[in-house]
Each structure stands twice: as C-alpha cells, then as structure tokens.
Design a protein around this ligand. Structure first.
Ligand code: GLP
Length: 239
C-alpha cells in the first residue's frame, strides 16, 4: 500500500482533497463512496474550496453513501446522512439525482440494501472510495471479523463502535445495528483512499499496515492494487 504522511491534520486534508480532485477530474461520471465520521470533514472543506477556485467540478461524478446507523435519519444530528449533506453534498451543490444514501429509518432493511445496491450496479460499481479508519479498524460498518462482504451489509455493531458513537450525538443514542456497503464491494473500487489522523489512531494505523487480519477490517484492504493510506504524523507515530 502507498503511505502518505503529512505534518498535521490540516496539511493532510489539503493533500487528500487535491488527490480527490485529481481523481474526479480524470474520471467524470465515476461513482464515489465517501465515509462520514470526523476524519474526512476537513478534506471535504478543502475539496469544496478547490471547486470554488474552479479546480474541480464535484457535480461531474455520482455518489453513494457508505453507511448509516439503523434507526437514525436526517433529523438526528450525527447521523451519517446529516453529516454528509451538511458537510459535503449541500455545500458542494451536488444535484439530488447524483446521490443515493442509506435511509436508516426504513424498517425494511433488505429493501434498503437492495435499493442502494441497485444504484451501485446501475453505475457499474463503485470506482473510488474515501474511508476513515475507525478506532477498532472498521471501515464504514464493516466491523471486526465481518470479512470482505460483497454487496450491502446489515450488521450488529461492535462494542467499540457503540461506545465511540457517543461522540457524534448530542445525547448518547442506543444504536445497535448499522447498514452500509460491504468491504468486499468497496475493495472492487479501482482507487481506495484510507485516512486517519491523531495519536488515538496510531495503534490501529499500525495494525492496518500489517498482515491482513479479520480482526482489523482496514487491514483487509492493504493488499488492494491501488490503495493509499493518508495519515498525519501523530497517526503515523508507531509505524
Ligand atoms: C463511524 C462511521 C464511519 C466512519 C468511521 C470512522 O462509525 N460509521 O462512516 O468512517 O466510523 O469514524 P471517525 O472518522 O469519526 O473516527
């Protein structure tokens, strides 16, 4: 895997945004899958600035949401849909017909998985994905030992994920399940960006670079033919 280390979170965000802009410019019409979570937010801001400077047209590509907490919708601050619309799709001016995201409020989970998978299939698969590495190595909601699943997944959340989830919500919410794109489906993308920042991610970043291990979902992508790990110096401190 390629590893790019930048001095701090802001420099890292700029580097990731420029690399994403280069990908988008070279692949109009591509299907992109971006993680929510805290990690990519500064890269989204930098990418939107590049569009303001006419360096990229973010409306020239299509998008699929990576994941959602089952039971949460756009009205809940901290849901993936709220985070992605408020930090990316809306400020970037992405037309509604260029985006499909999981509806965590749909009680028919199988129907929801099928709806999103149809969008992915219609567009010929995911071409590019930007993934934040979670504290337990999860990517989206591909939790430890869930392997490289094709298609979309409905999954019981790992204890670490449930506990980390508190940071996203105004008051802790009893989240138990997630819905999202499977790691095997993500691995079919021609380009994979993994991203992590801060000292708290140093241990899991180290494990991400080691022999692929089902206990560390992010490590299952390290043998992808075109994967780049973007980290800041704090996250790289144990490499
Ligand atoms: C969360 C989300 C993912 C996110 C990941 C890392 O649980 N389901 O979309 O990418 O975990 O989150 P963070 O970047 O906040 O560490």
């Amino acid at each position: 895997m390629n590893i790019i280390v930048k001095q701090d979170e802001q420099t890292l965000a700029q580097t990731v945004a420029e690399a994403m802009a280069a990908y988008i410019n070279a692949h109009p019409g591509a299907l992109l899958c971006f993680a929510a979570g805290d990690t990519p937010l500064s890269a989204f801001r930098a990418l939107i600035e590049l569009q303001k400077d006419n360096k990229v047209d973010l409306t020239s590509v299509y998008y699929v949401g990576l994941d959602e907490w089952v039971g949460l919708g756009a009205e809940t601050r901290g849901s993936c849909v709220q985070v992605m619309y408020d930090n990316y799709y809306t400020p970037a001016g992405i037309p509604a017909d260029h985006v499909r995201v999981f509806d965590g409020l749909n009680k028919d989970v199988e129907q929801e998985k099928t709806r999103i998978q149809s969008w992915i299939d219609e567009r010929g698969g995911i071409d590019f994905t930007l993934l934040g590495i979670g504290m337990n190595g999860h990517i989206g909601f591909n939790e430890p030992y869930s392997g490289l699943k094709d298609g979309c997944i409905y999954i019981e959340l790992d204890d670490t994920t449930k506990s980390v989830s508190k940071k996203y919500f105004d008051t802790p919410l009893p989240v138990e399940y997630g819905i999202g794109v499977g790691a095997g489906e993500l691995k079919k993308a021609d380009t994979v960006f993994l991203m992590a920042s801060g000292a708290k991610k140093a241990e899991i970043v180290k494990k991400t670079t080691q022999t692929p291990d089902e206990a560390v979902p992010s490590s299952l992508l390290n043998d992808h033919l075109n994967v780049t790990l973007f980290i800041d110096e704090a996250a790289a401190s144990l490499l």
